[in-house]
Design a protein. Structure first.
Lengths: 353, 353
């Protein structure tokens, strides 16, 4: 084991602060990574404040961060896919059981025994739970490490590891292609990636927003149209016309208004998770054989596919780079949606701690 | 035009009573049918009492009935698929626009200009709206008439035209086949057909019911297992295991309890339509990439496919045959769920009116 600098929360009510954690020395299968940037996901805030206690109680100290990019500093003797100096990424998963039906189907994001990048019991017993990317380094099984295409800016590529795959995966799953009409609800960290992907897939892309002042930005990101969702007339014009809608809103909102915009067999997928149940009218689903679904991240293979796609289409996240010392302020701003569109922590800032 | 005996409601608060209506003389494309039996669907009650006013305001007099079986008495000169004496059926649709994308896809159940068997504006101007199957005869375009296999009992085949296709279609659409695990929620007119089809498709069929005393009947109908849905422990044993669930419950119920029983990529389809929105938890959908959808009836082609399947597997509805004079009593009993599992009106009873 070795010591690594990190930022951690000591309790649900503590701000994040400088800390020193243990990392394991690389095993034969491990890749040791110097973390250069780590994106800031809303999940980081939820987990560090124990807001998901019922589903996943937080263990402290907690080191968040699952949008990790960096450079390989060392590899185990059995590692074949990576070498020192490679530009790599790590997302929400660092291990799974490899034996369940989901793992065998290559869909380890659904493995019941998956090991999350932070907050899961640590199988290597380096600590009680896994520690995430708000740290100077991390050691990960090569099967859960991704290659980052050479042309992508690393600070802006970091959010691809969660926000990117979370929006890419359901669009692929539900068949978003050229000629389809696709809606993206909510223009935040997830939504702005959804717009970039839908546009890159060749879909006619419509952004729904409650903020008319986001219109120019939506068009810049690749939207063909912008609809202010509070305007019932504007919404009605699109009734029954969407093949797919990606719903990125984690706050309460009227899902039926969007279900009614779907065409026959259209699908709306939730990637934001509102705390309270959404009231869903059965008629809207029955009348067009429409469906409402949800989607988490993607598999490791699909995450690599997404990164390669981003390389080919030069897609990254719009980020505001911050030093780790501003993380608590960034959390406060994230709650106010005061970020365009994702914070990315420059981990070089940790050296001064 | 000619006169035909029928039972109609004169207003939302009137009981159904004997009446005389106009039917058109068959055009070149029409099939004239002597109605022998008509199933009683909950929609008949909703419509005749104007309970769907917001979606489809009732026009009076109203003649319900869209589970029609009978015998061909006359055909137009251009009719090629039917001849006098044929055993035929008519379901919920008697026409569509034939030009919209849904019609061109062979899915006229989604045509925005579809003509329902009762209550739709009558294109032939015989009356203000179309009149349904609580009548001694009906005249229908041959494109919307179905063949009834020779081995099926007509009184028990009538409900196939709505309850049958409504449960068959979503199971086919969502891929219910041998080896799948399928749930049916609610053992009523729709649910008991769902059980028969799931069993005939070779699926492992589980019935969910709030009434433990329905267990024996569920097993008789083809269920492999019966789960009392109020028993949380029993429900928990099935967590994450269903490929498909058909939800036939029109009353309020906890849909999330069923979503949590779905496996990865599992689907639950609503065919009952509760009045009030169902609260849906996003997490249940996100965690297994599960989906919630709805389904109306099926296309004409699929309805014929379903009837042929019923012929091959000797599937009909469990019916209680009543004379038309008992229709108001049957409505009262239907509300109390006091029917196993569908009323079928013997239209010979209309001759005495």
């Amino acid at each position: 084991m070795y010591k690594a600098k990190a930022y951690s929360a000591a309790s649900a009510t503590s701000p994040l602060a400088a800390d020193t954690i243990q990392r394991r020395n690389p095993t034969d299968r491990d890749v040791q990574i110097e973390i250069l940037f780590c994106g800031v996901c809303h999940s980081d805030l939820h987990y560090s404040r124990d807001e998901w206690h019922a589903i996943m109680p937080a263990v402290y100290p907690c080191v968040p961060g699952h949008e990790i990019v960096g450079r390989v500093t060392n590899v185990g003797s059995g590692v074949t896919k990576f070498k020192q100096g490679d530009r790599v990424g790590v997302g929400c998963l660092v291990d799974s059981d490899h034996t369940c039906p989901n793992c065998r189907a290559g869909l380890e994001q659904f493995c019941p025994n998956q090991v999350l990048t932070y907050g899961s019991p640590d199988r290597h017993k380096t600590a009680a739970v896994t520690y995430g990317g708000y740290s100077e380094s991390v050691v990960v099984d090569e099967g859960f490490v991704l290659h980052i295409p050479a042309n992508l800016n690393l600070s802006a590529a970091a959010p691809l590891l969660c926000a990117g795959i979370t929006t890419y995966s359901p669009m692929r799953h539900w068949g978003v292609t050229e000629g389809k009409k696709v809606g993206v609800v909510g223009l935040g960290g997830l939504g702005h990636m959804g717009v970039k992907f839908a546009h890159a897939f060749g879909a006619h892309t419509v952004v729904f927003t409650t903020s008319p002042n986001k219109k120019d930005d939506a068009l810049r990101l690749g939207a063909d149209e912008v609809v202010v969702s509070r305007n019932a007339d504007e919404m009605q014009k699109h009734a029954g016309s969407f093949d797919f809608i990606l719903d990125c809103v984690a706050a309460e909102h009227d899902i039926n208004a969007y279900i009614n915009l779907l065409t026959r067999d259209g699908n709306i997928t939730l990637v934001g998770a509102p705390d309270k149940p959404l009231p869903v009218s059965a008629f809207g689903l029955i009348m067009g054989r429409r469906s409402l679904s949800g989607s988490p991240i993607g598999s490791i293979a699909e995450t690599q596919e997404m990164l390669n796609f981003c390389g080919e289409h030069n897609i990254t996240s719009d980020v505001e780079v911050i030093p780790i010392q501003k993380i608590n302020e960034a959390y406060a701003r994230m709650i106010k949606q005061d970020v365009k569109y994702r914070f990315s922590i420059d981990m070089a800032s940790l050296k001064s701690e």
